[in-house]
Design a protein around this ligand. Structure first.
Ligand code: GRF
Length: 204
């Protein structure tokens, strides 16, 4: 359960989901704020955006730490120091493990461009087209140690059309991502939920 609305957004690239969270918070649609952006790549365009937007932005290059656990401990330390309540992975191209997940129980979210459990991992849109599904979409889920596998918080669907490519499908899913992530964060912050097995359900 997130302990406050101070968000950290972890990225590796473009940062359009980061923008959607910043905008939702600044427009008052979220009772939260993006307090820090962390990238594992200095050249991530999302880092430059965050700095322009006046948000603290740091690069923690994973190659600087000897192991995945050491890197995750370094991340957790930076987040603790800033009293972060919830961690949003948004195109963060790293698996995160126990040192981070145990520091933020039920408070680490990820966004994935398919309707999980279909098509986890890389190139989800390409996988969806190759499989021939006619509906795909986006999933925001709690992060566990298994890749793209935690309890689902929000899903939104889009049609897959004849002639779609991975790129055209990605372009149709992306606006739904930008709606789904703020919605999921708001749901988490409402506190009106519990995890029952794999399910995120309304608290009785
Ligand atoms: C999004 O498609 C997200 O679902 C996936 O990586 C992409 C990140 O895009 N995990 P952006 O950096 O937020 O624009």
């Amino acid at each position: 359960m997130p302990k406050n609305g101070r968000l950290a957004v972890l990225i590796s690239g473009r940062g359009s989901n980061l923008r959607s969270l910043v905008n939702a918070a600044r427009e008052g649609a979220l009772d939260a704020g993006v307090s820090v952006v962390i990238s594992n790549r200095e050249d991530a365009p999302g880092l430059a955006y965050a700095r322009q937007a006046g948000i603290e932005a740091l690069c923690l290059d994973h190659r600087t730490w000897p192991s995945r656990d050491d890197y995750d401990r370094a991340l957790a330390l930076e987040l603790w120091r800033r009293d972060i309540g919830m961690v949003c992975l948004a195109g963060f191209m790293r698996r995160v493990g126990p040192p981070l997940l145990e520091a933020f129980p039920d408070a680490v979210l990820n966004i994935h461009p398919s309707l999980l459990p279909s098509f986890p991992g890389l190139e989800a849109q390409r996988q969806a087209i190759a499989h021939g599904v006619t509906i795909s979409g986006v999933t925001v889920h709690l992060v566990t140690t298994n890749l793209d596998d935690g309890p689902i918080v929000v899903q939104r669907a889009v049609p897959v059309l004849e002639g779609d490519t991975a790129e055209t499908l990605a372009a149709r899913i992306l606006p739904e991502e930008h709606r789904a992530y703020p919605e999921a964060v708001a749901r988490m912050l409402s506190g009106q939920w519990v995890v029952e097995g794999r399910r995120v359900v309304r608290r009785p």
